[in-house]
Design a protein around this ligand. Sequence first.
Ligand code: TYM
Length: 339
Amino acid sequence: MTQPSFTPRVFSGIKPSGGLTLGNYLGAMKRFVEMQESGEYETIYCMVDLHAITVWQDPEELRHNTREMAACFIAAGIDPAKSILFNQSQVAEHAQLGWIFNCVARMGWMGRMTQWKDKAGKNAENASLGLFGYPALMAADILVYHATHVPVGEDQKQHLELTRDIAAKFNNDFKTPFFPITEPVIEGAATRVMSLRDGSKKMSKSDASDMSRINMDDDADTIAKKIRKAKTDPEPLPDNLEGLDDRPEARNLINIYAALADTTPQTVIEEFAGKQFGTFKPALADLAVDRLSPISAEMNRMMLDIPEIDRMLAAGADRAREIATPILEKTYDIVGMVR
Ligand code: TYM
């Protein structure tokens, strides 16, 4: 089936379940800003609150986290005049297309998702049906806008492959090249930011240890302390990247430095070749504070005016609906719903 040409359009989402980490910022949000500024795409970004409730969320905390995340998006450089920013539950078309995709996706596909296996663990019988169907709703988030590009961190790769499978099966079942086969955009030095305590684990908001991550609302002293105490090894830094092959913690800090400084790990390793962590860590802490504290200050300032955040999200949702409604209508038509 030859694909028609689709408008270059970016969609991505972040779950407002708890605060944002440096991993979310470097792996996703900073990239969202870059794609917005490239001028090559229409850009649509979303707080995926319907995804958040696949595991229990305290209602007041969910509301707070959604607004705080919106403030962080803006503070990090998302401009509501250039990008569409909103929360998922305000645009019903996500859930509506999600239902259609529940009927396209196969149980076997969902059961193979590593995030499902990790999150449901041994207690799958007790997990929510929403957690199992999570990737079908994610495909709907993307495809309800006919998005062509999706910037994400490495951990979302499998979900995006499933999005392509769902689009292809729909197109094939109904014999129409209606949905684009979306390109994942997993690029840059920080597609997988690791825990500061264990270089084999992803930095995550759900890690029990707060010292394992940098939160976007950490103050300067906390950021510096966490970097100072980050796990490392006693060796000085090597003069090439291969020298980091068996040193995951060192590799992680070099990647974080490169992403924050908008440079490559290669350049960072050349700059710090032969230096001890006693030299590198303070430089990294200064850089992190320099880049992150203006964001948290602006985020805190914005949180003083909640009605303004809510107005901005409602306006974003209106613009999102303008794109999503005709695509959903056409989908219903293809599937055979009387309208
Ligand atoms: P979520 O909320 O877990 O994470 C949001 C984004 O942050 C990236 N990320 C990381 N990147 C690098 N290093 C890390 N340690 C790290 N931790 C998180 C994630 O890869 C992601 O890009 N299922 C998605 C949300 C979603 C979505 C979508 C994304 C729902 N619908 C449609 C794209 C398109 C999720 O749980 O992300």
